[in-house]
Write a protein that binds this ligand. Structure first.
Ligand code: PLP
Length: 380
């Protein structure tokens, strides 16, 4: 009998919820007009998009005119960072070296091509920043500054309090961008009452299809066109809208928040149970995820090194378990992420990220323990 695979890689991407699949198949049949057309089919598509923009704005407590639809989290973050420099006068960015590569690469590009000064905060061995250091840097010069600090780290799950960082940034006149791609659907937002200027979201992280995302830009900031062409997205991001993607993203987001407490409590239970079993069975493991202020869906575990430890993700895959062990490299193995290299200086062992969904079960976590026992037997 073929054993059912176990998928613990929900921070990479999530499958569609059955309700989202149902919504999509119904919408697919009825909604095909071009939202820019003036005839009945076009008008129906336009109101469909605006209805879903309203839904997302209500969930995040912001205005519809502050939301722009994009194709993914990467585009959203590129849009924010490049706009902040090209149309909002930003000359300096304060961030960390553990941001997602779509931000890190954009910082490098802005530094090289737009002479933007990039300053990095230190992070500790669990990816936490020191707010005093942030304050010192904010105080230190009057250059127009953007603070860019992700809310939930996608590798290790450490979280930043966006209220706190937002207030500090505001106090010193800096703009604040938070990459919230791992937070949307898993944390609550009250954007009208939070001093954050930009946040980003990506549908495939919260059970909707890939290819759809959004960016929130506070109404005080006016972005210039990012993609040139038609008048879509209020002349800022041209191109015929991903109607089905937008609808499904909004629908999935509502489902996430309608069932928020129940889902979060399931995630917390799963993570606590799994960590407790790991600690009992393998007392010499270390955890890259902080015990407090971390995402309930992410547990990053440092396995001691042993001969072939680089191949642990592959061994687990063969045993039917999907996890993430860094980014793919040409050998078919995976190389350590820049995040782990930044928080651990010993370069020993192998970091594995386990990331859960509310429909994972305690039984699956127990099966994963058995798989680990088999793969690690006699090795650690
Ligand atoms: N930011 C974070 C924190 C992420 O985890 C990801 C995806 O893993 C992205 C940005 C990029 O999002 P997308 O895959 O939608 O481009």
């Amino acid at each position: 009998m073929i054993k059912k695979r176990i998928y613990f890689d929900h921070a990479a991407t999530t499958p569609l919820l059955p309700e989202v699949r149902q919504f999509l198949s119904e919408t697919m049949e009825s909604m095909y007009g071009n939202p820019s057309s003036t005839h009945a089919e076009g008008r129906a598509s336009r109101s469909f998009i605006e209805e879903h923009r309203k839904n997302i704005a209500t969930i995040l407590n912001c205005s519809t005119s502050e939301l722009y639809f994009t194709s993914c989290g990467t585009e959203s973050n590129n849009f924010v960072l490049k706009s902040a420099v090209s149309s909002m006068g930003i000359k300096r960015i304060i961030s960390t070296r553990i941001e997602h590569s779509c931000n890190m690469q954009t910082f490098d590009w802005l530094h090289k091509h737009k002479q933007t000064n990039i300053e990095y905060l230190k992070v500790d061995d669990k990816g936490r920043i020191d707010l005093n250091q942030l304050e010192t840097l904010l105080k230190s010069n009057g250059t127009p500054t953007l603070v860019s600090l992700m809310q939930v780290n996608n590798e290790i799950g450490s979280c930043i309090d966006i209220q706190e960082v937002g207030s500090l940034s505001k106090q010193y006149g800096a703009l604040y961008h938070s990459d919230t791609v791992q937070g949307i659907g898993f944390a609550k937002y009250d954007l009208k009452n939070t001093n954050v200027d930009f946040i980003s979201g990506s549908a495939h992280k919260f059970y909707a299809p890939k290819g759809s995302g959004f960016v929130y830009i506070n109404h005080q900031q006016k972005p210039e066109p990012f993609i040139h062409g038609g008048a879509q997205e209020r002349n800022v991001r041209a191109g015929t809208e991903n109607l089905l993607g937008i609808g499904a993203m909004s629908f999935a987001l509502k489902l996430c928040y309608d069932t928020y407490e129940e889902r979060m409590s399931k995630l917390e239970t799963l993570k606590a149970h799994f960590k407790q079993r790991l600690s009992t069975e393998f007392p010499n493991l270390e955890y890259n995820t902080p015990s407090e202020n971390s995402s309930p869906k992410i547990l990053n575990v440092q396995f001691p090194s042993f001969e072939g430890s680089e191949l642990l993700p592959l061994m687990l895959d063969i045993e039917g378990l999907s996890i993430s062990g860094g980014s793919a490299c040409t050998s078919g193995a995976e190389k350590a992420s820049h995040v782990i290299s930044e928080i651990r200086h010993d370069h020993k062992g192998k970091a594995i990220r386990f990331s859960f969904a509310h429909f994972n079960t305690l039984d699956e976590t127990d099966q994963v323990i058995e798989i680990l026992k088999k793969c690690l037997s006699g090795k650690i």
